[in-house]
Design a protein around this ligand. Structure first.
Ligand code: ADP
Ligand code: ZN
Ligand code: ZN
Length: 709
């Protein structure tokens, strides 16, 4: 009898494939990686079943089994099946998303603990004849008595020198020392949250920590997790972005001595090593971005999702999962507590809290005692804007700079100007591949499409009429930077947007200089809104933030209110009080008004009522079926064909063109599905599992879409 293994392969087919296990190779365990031939390629897949009753009669042989046992934990193996079902994504591709890419290339599962060398307390041996070893001892002593192997080699010392010192008893291998920072005394509000967590968090217990910017949510996580760590359990902390806020990781390390990071900036080998360290239970704290939620843990005891509202937790292609929602699912499966934190919670989480599914804990005061700055609206109708700034705002900026403080100018558009046109004939610089204008950049000088990345040279004369009446209209960060430099030539200015932060080192340098204080101007996009603590910022000016309230996307108002609140939260975080001005051409906008008058909570209550009335998420679950093709008619025809397959119990809207119909030369259409409950929605989507689209049409199911664009 040949034995058969059923394998999930990383191919876009919603089924697994049977292979015969050749003599001499052990039958793989479920969850073990294997190598198999598929369509003339050798792929790494994951065994999902052994000798299934309905095995294929004449299977091809398996090439190789890579793991002696399940490569992931049983919990993650089950989670993969749930993800495949919930997001309607092929199981083999779910495993391929879960496993680090090195693992999917067949890398062996070994990892080395970080190499750390520490000085011993033993008396120093005579080293007169070994000046390099003496220098290495001095090197370690300067660093507080320890260093990583990498730092030692970067300092110009060899492994042989370390080995010699080890032999003489001057150094020993070790772990990072616990130079523990003493935790601050909690504020009464923080204390109440931590106390509740400690007393009442056995088993699945999600808590929404709804705390204003600067209320000390991170401190709450830090103290809440200490019991969990003491019990030898692991903690997973999900954050939207690590590169932007390196201080956060430092805080965990200062408190607990060690914390590992997991994000896209790591090399494949580093990712695999950290992943294995978690799986094997050697990592106590993992801080990571979206994909960290798919990491295996041996003894996970708590999940924290910081800034749980953040859109970066949702993946926009492939397995379109929400890391926040997967965190909730995992906490439930593992029966462990969960902390969801935000100053601007998502409407989903607020609604869950409202229904008692999550505990709702509020922090209304800043931890440092600083006052919350009120948001004020500056009506700029009828004002002439120069480089995006009205004159009253420019004067306020001058006033704050004059007192030695820092000013943060926020506008959510990079480049110099979003429109470049001919005032003689009306020509506009447009992208050939998208329904979009090209954005004018000055440094370097180029026209680029912010949607597909296309670039074009800036024409000297109008391509249509030949005149030189070309004009840049509208304002991006480069233009505001230029305007502010002209007006305040003496003041240091830092622009922070995707164009200036390509290098992590440069970003950290800039953030460091801002933190050192003194009058300065910060100009930037939403990158400036995220979690930064800039003690000297006293004025936050938002130039075009309220434009988002006009978008057709039903989630745009929520995102806009979150963005304004977050960026406002950078003001007045230390001794000096702050103020926030939002320039607006629509000061009567009801969303803006409720945000300004009642704060985010009032806005959210109003917005949630609108969604309830309209039957939109989170009141009803939604899925999109997205289709795109070079020939738009083919995409549309495909969706027209899908529509009758869906059960009548679903509300199906469309097919409709996506808000940006043409992107990168492809036309995009979508069907919007809404249902009273989740089950019929998923049953409806299940019917699409075996649908074959024409080769020219790419299509995807997007459950709980983050946007409808
Ligand atoms: P949030 O995450 O809510 O925006 P943070 O945790 O970053 O807030 O805290 C904001 C500031 O307050 C930080 O500088 C932090 O060190 C400080 N802080 C937090 N908790 C306390 C406390 N209990 N006592 C004194 N300072 C605190
Ligand atoms: Zn022209
Ligand atoms: Zn384009």
């Amino acid at each position: 009898m040949t034995e058969v293994a059923r394998i999930a392969l990383p191919v876009p087919l919603r089924r697994a494939f049977d292979y015969a296990v050749p003599q001499g190779i052990a039958l793989p365990a479920p969850g073990a990686r294997v190598r198999a031939r598929f369509n003339n390629r050798t792929l790494v897949g994951v065994c999902v079943d052994r000798n299934p009753a309905d095995a294929y009669a004449d299977p091809k042989p398996l090439l190789d089994v890579l793991d002696a046992e399940c490569a992931i934990t049983r919990e993650l193996f089950d989670l993969a099946h749930w993800l495949s079902g919930y997001y309607h994504h092929p199981l083999g591709e779910v495993f391929a998303t879960m496993l680090p890419s090195a693992a999917m290339r067949g890398a062996a599962f070994t990892w080395n603990p970080e190499e750390i060398w520490r000085r011993t307390a033993a008396p120093l041996p005579p080293l007169e004849r070994a000046p390099r070893q003496r220098a290495l001892v001095a090197f370690l002593d300067e660093r507080g008595g320890w260093a990583t192997g990498a730092d030692i080699r970067a300092g110009g010392f060899s492994s042989a020198m370390v080995a010699a010192l080890e032999k003489k008893g001057a150094v020993v291998p070790g772990t990072r020392p616990f130079e523990l920072e003493y935790p601050p005394e909690l504020t009464a509000e923080q204390h109440a949250v931590v106390q509740c967590f400690r007393e009442d968090s056995n088993g699945f217990a999600p808590t929404l920590v709804d705390g204003v910017t600067g209320s000390g949510k991170t401190e709450v996580y830090l103290q809440a997790m200490s019991d969990v760590l003491d019990r030898g359990r692991q903690v997973l902390v999900l954050v939207p972005e690590i590169a932007l806020t390196p201080q956060t990781v430092d805080r965990f390390r200062r408190r607990y001595g060690e914390a590992d990071v997991f994000h896209s900036g790591l090399t494949d080998r580093e990712r695999l090593a950290t992943w294995l360290k978690c799986r094997d239970g050697a990592c106590r704290i993992l801080i990571g971005t979206r994909s960290a939620v798919l990491t295996p843990f041996r003894r996970l005891g708590l999940i924290v999702v910081d800034e749980e509202h953040d859109a970066s937790f949702k993946q926009h292609d492939g397995l379109r999962y929400s890391a926040r929602d997967v965190a909730v699912k995992r906490a439930r499966n593992l029966d462990i507590p969960l902390l969801l934190g935000s100053a601007t919670p998502s409407l989903e989480s607020l609604r869950n809290a409202g229904y008692g599914r999550y505990r709702h804990r509020r922090l209304l005061q800043r931890a440092t005692g600083a006052a919350m700055p009120p948001i004020q609206v500056l009506d700029v109708r009828g004002h002439r804007l120069k480089d995006g700034l009205s004159e009253p705002l420019a004067r306020r900026i001058g006033h704050h700079l004059g007192s030695g403080a820092q000013v943060l100018v926020f506008l959510n558009r990079r480049g110099y100007a979003p429109v470049y046109l001919c005032t003689n004939c009306g020509w506009q610089a447009r992208c050939d591949a998208c329904d979009a204008r090209l954005t004018l950049h000055r440094v370097p000088a180029v026209l680029t499409c912010h949607h597909c990345g296309a670039r074009a040279a800036i024409p000297a004369a109008c391509p249509d009429c030949g005149t030189q009446d070309l004009l840049a209209v509208g304002t991006g960060t480069q233009r505001t930077e230029a305007g502010l430099r002209e007006r305040f030539p003496e003041v240091p200015l830092f622009r922070i947007d995707r164009d200036t932060t390509r290098s992590q080192r440069r970003l950290e340098q800039q953030l460091g200089r801002i933190q050192r204080g003194g009058a300065a101007i910060l100009v930037g996009t939403q990158m400036l809104a995220k979690g930064h603590h800039f003690p000297d910022v006293t004025l936050v000016a938002a130039l075009n933030a309220d434009a988002g309230f006009l978008s057709a996307d039903f989630k745009a108002a929520e995102r806009t209110a979150q963005l304004i609140t977050q960026v406002a939260g950078r003001a007045g975080r230390a001794e000096r009080p702050g103020e926030v001005w939002v320039q607006s051409l629509q000061p009567e906008n009801p969303a803006l008004k409720s945000l300004v008058q009642g704060g985010y909570a009032a806005f959210a209550a109003q917005e949630l009522a609108i969604r309830e009335r309209a039957g939109l998420p989170p009141a009803r679950p939604m899925a999109l079926i997205r289709a795109e093709a070079e020939d738009g008619a083919a995409a549309l025809r495909f969706l027209d064909g899908v529509k009758p397959i869906l059960p009548a119990s679903l509300d199906v809207l469309g097919p409709a063109p996506a808000p940006m119909l043409r992107l990168a030369n492809r036309y995009r259409y979508q069907l919007m599905l809404l249902a009273g409950r989740r089950r019929p929605l998923h049953e409806g989507l299940e019917r699409l599992a075996d649908i074959a689209a024409p080769h020219s049409v790419r299509w995807a199911i997007d459950v709980d879409p983050a946007d409808v664009s």
